[in-house]
Design a protein. Structure first.
Lengths: 566, 368, 332
């Protein structure tokens, strides 16, 4: 009789479980300390000065720069979300519906994955090289002399390129799940291709389109690095302003208040996205994938158009990365194009500490964060522990917030004794674990939904305590989720910057911060070399994880890269 | 295999209500049962009657709101599952997909940290017992349904539990396999002598293997007894209809006496067996099993002592060893079954017949 | 249970800064300039140096945030206005190195909070090719930059993050005879020609070198770096003058390795270190008299009209000047 996913036992029984209760307590303690406490310190800093005060916020709203920044952030988010979703939709249609050979789709996937796994401002640097004034493409190829990429235009282009892969991955899954029989049914009723696309395909894809719109809005709202490089003074945005307020004007309170201003839209978008995905039932198909039957809803003309758009975008992406690679191997791109390995020599010489530090941090994050994610997923999905929904939500907060806010909050909360953690590896690990475990938790709950709870009951009936059951039965079966979570943590640990820029110290430095420094010090060759190294490492990790995933039983989670989307 | 057998199970006024139940009614209401040592008691009933919930409360997967669960007079109501020494066989077997057959069966023994030699010996013995010697290295996804079933049983039995609990273990098998497996399970249980509670909705299965059956309806126990008792003397319409097939004839009490009553049926008075017939003039039902109904050609003399009434055959279903007729009698429809029809002859649809039965085969139920 | 062990292990692994006997330094100098100097010190004394490079603004902000629990022992290599801000924020303590006695008084804080390590200044760096194309002569006056020919062709630093920007603002202020309103007027006009404000002071050098802009207003060392890399650049000074910048060193208040810090600061004013400014091609002037001077730098500085700066006044008015820049100059 056991229904597929109903958790066993009652909440009272869960409370009495000698293993479950302490585990949940530990989870709550961790979440309270490293998620709720820093954010509350931030709020206190903003809204309390002897007594409750709105002074800091008022100061903000009266400043033209900050008002402009708020408007710009929202505008940019909306634009990036729109263009990114459209682009991602085009790519997804091409990949799933155009009947391309698998090898070609594989290449498409690989190219689209590039922006997701590189340091966030790689696109910005490449854009300056390529399309800036005297840019290698805009000037040397097309002869346009005064293209101004600083400001909204450049930032929009760069962020679209950086984030459209998220839309692609989301929409690919959604389109693949649309039952082609539905479209065939429409055809059989006399509808033509255009009508079928408009009245069947798009409405069925609508939840995915909305979801990706929200995801991209969130990503753009939180993006700190791209606008820092391309926004300039003409186009301020909130995360960059918050950063500058603190690091440039030594104004912690102002920075905190700005973060709060950013927090509101960011949280709103996040909640909307979660609500949306939980309410909408995804169109499921009984086992058949959309690619299996021949699909007729795209005319050859449409396919050609899509192919053109995707080809152009793909070439642009590849060019950007090619530029980075070339820049890393010549002495000074644009001025002195002699081949030189000096930059790599520096990366592995003076830069070795940063590489080692970053890898050590990533290596610690992976098991800690991976296990945390899995245990949390298990508690939420499989037990009836009271307050588990609240725990799930609290654990997600650091993910929902833009990195700048988390970084500032940690700086405020953990700088003074008794919790003087700034400057240690511990705080970096904690920051990553609580920001990026969500993917692992989601993968765990998804996988658990496919595993009948009667298996755990069987283990209990054979005398095994909860933790024994978890270790011997659950963990082996959710290994793919653990692996996925660890892979995402590794990728994020290698490419994150917006939170951790506030947390690097004398003892622990990170490669992404070195890249940003390189850019600001115009050591572009070095920055490119570091970037290339990061991209290679992350690519290797993703490839390894994908292969491992295929080996593991129950590895239906698909490519690890797809988890970066959510 | 020795030991573990012979625990007595007692349920005392056990109730459970599910918080999120759609109907608001209790899943299990005031159930009291005793299962004797070595006995196989089946909880039988339609889906939603509370039999699985009751079983899960015995196992410890659910906790009763009120009442107690006692194993050998030890109150285990609040004890966690893994401390109860039970063996549970699930409807979908719940084999660990990532472990071999050997490791699946050995699981409970490993939890007890028994030595490798002991584990190997016991697993080998129990696999032979369930008829799967040599299957140690296979994985569950390489086994057929019946084989998985056996591994699940082996796993539950090898730990020598005090109680063996089965939750509709055969419902995922095809009909022929089901019959074969239930015989094996029955034989195994008798051999091991472990007190067993078995849940099923299939009354034939229940009758075939149980020492006693508890028929459940809407969370309560309707009647407990041996298969024979339940078939011969159902105490409610529900039980009568649930066990076997039945004709319910409306009648009215004319006279009542100890162990018997006279009722008005088919425009005559008949004396039938009854315990507690109820008031004179009360409307009652008479239980008449299809196989107790005889059919004769119109005009033929009925056997001595049997009552006869005219009827018309409305439909006929020939099923090989038996033929079923629906016969219209006095405005109502009767189901009859006749065995070895090729020897005894068949009636046509529409034929006029005489319907006969012995008064002793009519059982009185006070429900109308 | 093994999970708990793992967590404990990672906790221990992450224990705060190992190498407590190492010296912790915050510097605003580019790594390529500071690292060789720190290495030389370590080679000579065996004391390892942990440092981070931050822009001036970030540096002061971080040190201020860490006031109650300072991580750094020394702030070494940042423009004078940064030290003025640090002094005002109460994060440095006075220390007069005995070796710095011979350093001229105007290069030291009167109360001894900081001492100049080297002298620096601002200049105009121009892309020779572009100028030739447009038939322009390199700019030799602040007012030259207002020429419409330079529209969208000037890059310079953002005052919210870069010390170089403050040098620019101060240079303009002093060049206009301390008339703040005239200086603001000028900056608003200059803004019309600016293509982008870069995060760090030297951030405009490479783009200008690559031809993305014609003129870059930057500190001398940054410009010379670009020239050293082989880009075809011209350097000029405005005849009205530029602010004299000092790059200083100071002891952090509450430094954990106070003794090691003091020894390092003392070493800064030895001939060995000061000579490194020439030897390593740092392109700044030493402050200790008698130090060897790079001929290229000397030639450059000869051209410049250096305007003296009142650092205490700067410390008190820095925020106001930057705020005015944010609210009046870059507002569109």
């Amino acid at each position: 009789m056991s229904p597929a996913a109903a958790p066993a036992g009652s909440s009272r029984a869960a409370l009495r479980d000698p293993v479950l209760a302490p585990a949940v307590l530990l989870l709550w303690a961790a979440v309270a300390l490293f998620v709720l406490y820093p954010v509350s310190r931030l709020l206190v800093l903003t809204f309390w000065d002897g007594g409750p005060t709105l002074a800091a916020v008022r100061e903000l709203v009266t400043s033209w720069q900050h008002r402009r920044a708020l408007g710009n952030s929202l505008l940019l988010a909306a634009l990036v979300a729109s263009t990114g979703t459209v682009l991602g939709f085009a790519f997804a249609l091409l990949a799933v519906r155009a009947g391309l050979p698998r090898a070609v789709v594989g290449i498409l996937d690989a190219v689209v994955l590039l922006p997701l796994i590189s340091p966030p401002f790689t696109a910005a640097i490449a854009l300056i090289f390529a399309l800036g004034p005297r840019g290698l493409i805009s000037y040397h190829v097309f002869g346009i002399a005064s293209l101004n990429i600083y400001g909204l235009g450049g930032t929009l282009l760069s962020e679209t390129i950086t984030y459209f892969p998220i839309a692609y991955l989301t929409l690919k899954a959604v389109i693949a799940n649309i039952d082609p029989n539905l479209e065939d049914g429409a055809f059989s009723l006399g509808a033509r291709r255009g009508r079928v696309f408009r009245t069947v395909t798009v409405p069925l894809a609508a939840p995915g389109l909305a979801n990706s719109f929200l995801l991209l809005s969130a990503a753009s709202l939180a993006d700190f690095a791209t606008p820092l490089i391309l926004g300039g003074t003409k186009f301020p945005v909130l995360p960059t302003q918050a950063f500058l307020q603190i690091t440039g004007l030594y104004d912690m309170r102002g920075g905190a208040a700005l973060s709060f201003l950013l927090l509101v839209p960011a949280l709103a978008v996040f909640v909307a996205q979660r609500w949306w995905t939980e309410r909408r039932s995804v169109v499921t198909v009984t086992g058949k994938s959309g690619a299996a039957t021949s699909v007729k809803s795209l005319s050859p003309g449409a396919v050609a158009l899509l192919a053109l758009v995707c080809l152009a975008t793909g070439l642009l992406v590849l060019t950007f990365y090619a530029l980075i690679v070339v820049a890393s191997m010549v002495r000074a791109l644009g001025a002195d194009n002699h081949l030189s390995m000096a930059h790599y020599a520096h990366v592995f010489g003076g830069g070795l500490k940063a590489i080692r530090d970053t890898l050590v941090i990533a290596a610690i994050c992976m098991p800690v964060g991976g296990l945390f994610a899995v245990v949390l997923g298990f508690v939420v999905a499989r037990t009836r522990f009271p307050g588990r929904r609240a725990l799930e939500f609290a654990a997600m907060i650091n993910y929902a917030l833009p990195g700048t806010i988390v970084g500032i909050a940690y700086l405020v909360a953990f700088n003074d004794p008794p919790l003087a953690l700034t400057g240690t590896a511990f705080i970096l690990v904690v920051c990553y674990v609580f920001r990026y475990s969500l993917a692992g938790t989601r993968a765990t709950t998804a996988l658990l939904a496919q595993i009948d709870p009667s298996i755990e009951e069987a283990s209990a009936s054979l005398g095994a305590r909860r933790d024994v059951t978890f270790r011997r039965v659950v963990l082996p079966l959710i290994r793919p989720a653990l692996l996925a979570g660890m892979t995402v943590l590794f990728i994020r640990a290698m490419t994150a910057i917006s939170a951790t820029i506030f947390l690097v110290s004398l003892s622990w430095s990170l490669v992404t911060v070195r890249i940003l420094e390189g850019i600001t010090n115009l050591e572009l060759g070095q920055a490119s070399a570091f970037s290339v190294l990061v991209i290679l490492l992350v690519y290797a990790a993703v490839a390894l994880a994908s292969v491992a995933m295929r080996w593991l039983p129950g590895g239906q989670l698909g490519r690890a890269g797809s988890l970066l989307g959510g | 295999m020795s030991g573990g057998a012979g625990a007595r199970l007692r349920l005392v006024s056990v109730s459970k209500r599910f918080v999120r139940a759609e109907h608001g009614a209790a899943a299990v209401a005031d159930v009291s049962l005793t299962v004797e040592p070595g006995e196989l008691l089946t909880l039988l009933g339609p889906s939603g009657c509370g039999k699985t919930t009751t079983l899960r409360m015995v196992a410890g997967f659910e906790r009763p709101d009120t009442g107690q669960v006692l194993i050998d007079d030890q109150d285990v109501t609040g004890l966690m599952v893994y401390r109860r020494s039970i063996g549970f066989v699930f409807q979908n077997y719940a084999l660990f997909p990532h472990l071999t057959v050997f490791e699946n069966v050995a699981y409970g023994l490993r939890v007890q940290r028994l030595s490798e030699a002991v584990v190997r010996e016991r697993v080998g013995r129990v696999l032979a017992l369930v008829g799967l010697p040599g299957y140690e290295r296979r994985f569950p996804n390489q086994l057929s349904g019946g084989e998985q079933q056996r591994v699940a049983v082996a796993r539950a039995v090898v730990v020598e539990p005090r109680l063996l609990l089965f939750d509709e273990p055969l419902s995922n098998l095809d009909a022929k396999l089901r019959v074969q497996m239930r015989e094996e399970l029955s034989r195994l249980q008798r051999q091991l002598g472990i007190t067993t509670v078995y849940v099923t909705h299939d009354q034939e299965e229940a009758m075939a293997i149980s020492d006693r059956i508890a028929v459940m309806q809407a969370g309560r126990v309707a009647q407990v007894g041996t298969a024979r008792d339940l078939y011969r003397a159902p105490r409610s319409v529900f039980v009568a209809q649930f066990i076997g097939r039945v004709n319910l004839l409306p009648a009215r009490v004319v006279r009542a006496g100890p162990g018997a009553a006279t009722v008005a049926l088919w425009r005559r008075e008949v004396t039938v067996p009854a315990d507690g017939a109820g008031a004179i003039g009360a409307d009652v039902s008479l239980v008449l099993r299809p196989e107790s109904v005889g059919l004769l050609a119109a005009g033929a003399a009925p056997p001595a002592g049997e009552i006869a009434v005219d009827g018309v055959v409305r439909s006929r279903t020939f099923l090989g060893e038996k033929v079923e007729y629906t016969v219209e009698v006095d405005g109502a429809s009767l189901l009859t079954v006749a065995y070895d029809p090729l020897r005894h002859g068949l009636f046509e649809s529409g034929a006029r017949v005489q319907v006969t039965c012995a008064p002793a085969s009519l059982r009185l139920l006070t429900e109308a | 249970m093994s999970t708990i062990l793992l967590l404990v292990a990672s906790l221990l692994l992450a224990a705060p800064a190992w190498g407590a006997d190492a010296l912790n330094v915050y510097t605003a100098w580019p790594e390529s300039l500071s690292q060789p100097i720190f290495k030389a010190y370590s080679a000579q004394t065996g004391v390892p140096i942990n440092f981070i490079r931050l822009s001036t603004g970030e540096l002061v902000a971080r040190a201020t945030a860490e006031k109650n629990n300072p991580r750094a022992d020394v702030i070494w290599g940042a423009p004078g206005d940064g030290f003025a801000a640090a002094k005002a924020a109460g994060i440095i303590e006075p220390y007069r190195p005995p070796t710095a006695e011979k350093v001229p008084a105007e290069l030291k804080d009167p109360e001894g909070y900081y001492t100049a390590v080297s002298r620096n200044t601002l200049l105009f760096m121009s892309n020779a090719k572009l100028l030739k194309e447009k038939g322009l002569k390199p700019p030799t006056s602040w007012n030259d930059l207002l020429d419409p020919a330079y529209k969208g062709q000037i890059q310079t630093a953002d005052a919210r993050t870069s010390g170089t920007a403050l040098t620019r603002i101060l240079s303009i202020y002093y060049a206009f005879g301390r008339d703040e309103e005239k200086a603001m007027e000028y900056q608003k006009k200059l803004h019309q020609n600016v293509q982008v404000y870069t995060k760090s002071g030297g951030g405009c050098t490479i783009p200008t070198a690559m031809g993305q802009a014609m003129v870059c207003i930057a500190h001398m060392p940054d410009a010379m770096e670009a020239k050293k890399k082989g880009y075809d650049m011209l350097t000029t000074f405005p005849r009205e003058g530029v602010a004299a910048v000092i790059e200083g060193v100071a002891l952090v208040k509450g430094a954990k390795n106070r003794d090691a810090a003091i020894r390092f600061i003392d070493w800064t004013f030895t001939k060995t270190m000061q000579d490194l400014l020439d030897k390593n091609e740092v392109y700044m002037l030493p402050t200790l008299p008698g130090g060897s001077i790079n001929p290229a730098v000397q030639a450059l500085m000869k051209e410049a009209k250096l305007l003296p700066v009142d650092l205490d006044w700067v410390g008190k008015n820095r925020k106001r000047l930057v705020d005015r820049w944010v609210n009046e100059v870059i507002k569109e």
